[in-house]
Design a protein around this ligand. Structure first.
Ligand code: ADP
Ligand code: MG
Length: 704
């Protein structure tokens, strides 16, 4: 075995204050008390916190840390940190390195500049951060990072972690009720698990730096199709180039040090596009880890003179990037509740959980759609490369047949011709087929988990998992309500499953989600098709959603309103920045190139005329370029006028609509003549790297 392989277990988690470190460094009774606190979700006692903080600090200093920070996830979608030194000056010009239990448990960042949707204005000016003891502290650079939740003093959540933890609690509570009905008393807690597959692009840093649109907005705002794109299908799962491979290796190592189980890596469909998937974990840990993964992807790329693009659609005309959210429900004893079991009662239980998910997705399809809405993701959903904006559930043939026989009241025979019915015999073996799965479904059952494929690559996975957990909690609570009072459990269960599948069968769809027939069929079925973020966001503040979230204690009504405002604002601000960037790039450089090109042509024409040469090539070229240039300047003028109009709007929804309907349309209109000019103007005069240059910028050899 090579050195490299033997050292992986050594480096794995070496930057994490994990269970092993706690066991090693804490007095036995403290360790036990801490475990109990975490397992039972209790508050940490201050004397415990002090001992723990001391051990954590000693460990961190041994590992090179000089600072600590509460690491949190405000609603900007990225993580925030404010570093404090461990140093504490002493008399005589000396310093002590200190870190108290109080500092571990609670922080008070001056957070007035984070988006709060008006929450802090109405309540308290300051926020505080509180340690999430279920997520281990870790070292990044020279700083001990403590994963924390971020709230206002009146208790409103100002972050993504708090509602996620609340949603996990909600699901736990309802799932335990269901398990009890099946006589399962071993499980003390039910958790949700997530394995997010992360897609990304890598381009050479030199190319990136020449594109203000990538720098300011994360995506290219114009650029013609390169002669070669993804049509040869030679990139997907293709050989990884040495330079990319070196990057992936280093990224893996950095992630392993942080205790992030990065497992799978491969090339994706588009040139320059790749994917990384970790082994799944508890949802809140997976969320923390995915944030860290995205950060590390960017950091490590810099060391290889590359830039990692996490935008959902960096390049028009080639595949965008998503994040597949593999999601399941599991007991604290490690039993996956979405895994068909080996005994009849386990299978009946599985069918009930499955039915709950189906019901949840159908009842709250708009909310689920809303959870993946963003300006960036709007370019993907429904663009025949990602699932459509219509939510539907894919179950595969086997399970569909099982549900069909339940609906029809007919007997279901599995492959070995064994008879099955709920609560009586064993379910057929549901193959976990990884080869011919339906890739066009937004929400697919993949053997023992659901894969939600609509999420954008740059999004925090907190958003969609808060919704998923809560809507499934609601379905389970409705089921528990019905079953707890039943005189005959078995027959109540059988009719419940039958009736619920019957009520929600419209959401089941195994066909091609990219096909033109599907939106038509979906409309007939009464499924909603919310094409853009502005169409999708109102579902968040609908009465039905407010009822749902307040019932399960996931969001208060004020928190919902605040978040809705932030999402809307985020949407139109994004397009605003894109529009300004585009206008500036065109005005400053593209117009100049076009004019310069035309003047060179005009000069040529003049020269030829003077010599008496008759040729109309230059004239044709000049006319063509002049036509595009006129179109460009008209479109630019319109865009600028509409940006000014948008700036004058005050209502958030009206503003967002205007950006969607008018400003985005202007940008698309402007893009056409710009791309046409790019195609005719010589490379030496074109001011920006082309798609071809960017997408194929990573060559075989390393440039560093
Ligand atoms: P594919 O690319 O074929 O969809 P991958 O193997 O790349 O599949 O990704 C599957 C992801 O699902 C991995 O992150 C894996 O850890 C995760 N996963 C597997 N089982 C579960 C589960 N019970 N809960 C959540 N995620 C799971
Ligand atoms: Mg997948």
């Amino acid at each position: 075995m090579s050195d490299r392989l033997t050292s992986i277990p050594e480096i794995y988690g070496s930057k994490v204050f994990n269970d092993e470190q706690m066991k090693k460094r804490l007095p036995k009774d403290v360790y036990k008390a801490l475990k109990k606190t975490v397992d039972e979700g209790m508050h940490l006692q201050m004397d415990l916190a002090n001992v723990l903080a001391h051990a954590m600090k000693e460990w961190a200093i041994e590992n090179g840390a000089t600072h600590f920070t509460h690491w949190f996830q405000p609603m900007t979608g990225v993580t925030a940190e404010k570093h404090d030194g461990f140093i504490s000056p002493e008399a005589g010009g000396k310093v002590l390195m200190t870190f108290s239990g109080k500092e571990l448990v609670k922080g008070e960042p001056d957070a007035s500049s984070f988006p709060s949707g008006g929450l802090r204005a109405t309540f308290e000016a300051r926020g505080y951060t509180a340690w999430d003891p279920t997520s281990y502290a870790f070292i990044k650079d020279d700083t001990l990072c403590i994963p924390t939740a971020f709230c206002s003093y009146s208790g409103e959540a100002l972050d993504k972690k708090t509602p996620l933890l609340r949603s996990m609690q909600a699901l736990d509570k309802q799932a335990i009720r269901i398990l009890k009905l099946f006589g399962n008393t071993d499980a003390k807690r039910v958790i949700t698990t997530v394995g997010p597959e992360q897609e990304y692009f890598l381009i050479d840093q030199d190319m990136y730096e020449k594109r203000p649109d990538l720098i300011y907005t994360g995506r290219t705002l114009f650029g013609g199709k390169p002669p070669k794109g993804q049509e040869m299908e030679d990139h997907y799962f293709g050989t990884i180039k040495p330079r990319v491979s070196a990057y992936m290796k280093e990224l893996d190592e950095e992630l392993w040090k942080l205790g992030i189980p990065a497992k799978t890596k491969h090339n994706e469909v588009a040139p320059g596009q790749h994917e990384l998937a970790p082994v799944f974990d508890t949802t809140n840990i997976a969320t923390d880890h995915n944030q860290l993964t995205m950060e590390m992807m960017k950091t490590v790329a810099g060391r290889h003179h590359m830039v990692c693009l996490l935008h959902e659609k960096p390049f028009a005309g080639v595949n965008g990037s998503g994040k597949h959210n593999n999601w399941s429900i599991s007991t604290d004893t490690g039993k996956n509740l979405l895994e068909p079991g080996a005994t009849p009662s386990q299978n009946a239980q599985f069918l009930l959980f499955l039915t709950a998910v189906i019901k949840a997705v159908d009842d709250y399809q708009e909310l689920l759609r809303m959870s993946v809405a963003s300006a960036g993701n709007d370019h993907r959903l429904g663009a025949n490369e990602a699932p459509p904006a219509i939510m539907s559930v894919f179950l595969g043939d086997e399970l569909t047949d099982v549900l069909k026989s339940i609906l029809d009241g007919t007997d279901y025979h599995d492959k070995e011709k064994k008879l099955m019915s709920i609560g009586a015999t064993v379910l057929p073996h549901i193959p976990m087929d990884t080869t011919d799965r339906n890739r066009t479904s937004p929400f697919a059952f993949t053997g023992n988990k659901f894969e939600f494929r609509s999420l954008g690559s740059s999004a925090s996975i907190a958003g969609c998992n808060i919704i998923l957990n809560t809507i499934v909690a609601e379905a389970l609570s409705e089921f528990a309500e019905k079953l707890e009072g039943a005189a005959d459990f078995d027959s109540a269960l059988t009719s419940l499953i039958h009736d619920e599948i019957d009520a929600h069968k419209r959401i089941l769809f195994n066909g091609n989600g990219y096909g033109a027939e599907w939106p038509v069929e979906a409309e007939k079925r009464g499924l909603s098709n919310l094409r853009s973020t502005v169409d999708a966001l109102p579902a968040f503040v609908a009465d039905k959603s407010v009822k749902l979230f307040t019932k399960h204690g996931v969001y208060s009504e004020t928190e919902i309103t605040a978040r809705y405002e932030i999402l809307l604002e985020n949407y139109y601000k994004t397009i605003h920045i894109e529009a300004l960037t585009m206008a500036e790039m065109v005005k400053k450089n593209v117009v100049y190139s076009a004019v310069e090109y035309q003047s060179r042509l005009a000069e040529e024409i003049g020269k030829k005329k003077a010599l008496g040469v008759t040729s109309n090539t230059e004239e044709k070229l000049l006319k063509e370029a002049a036509g595009y240039t006129d179109k460009m300047s008209d479109s630019l003028q319109k865009l600028e006028a509409d940006i000014a109009k948008a700036e004058g709007l005050t209502d958030a929804m009206e503003t967002a609509r205007f950006y969607h309907d008018t400003v985005l349309a202007d940008m698309n209109e402007l893009r056409e003549p710009v791309d046409a000019l790019e195609a005719v103007i010589p490379s030496e005069l074109w001011p920006y790297p082309t798609y071809g240059e960017m997408l194929f910028s990573i060559r075989e050899e390393a440039t560093v």
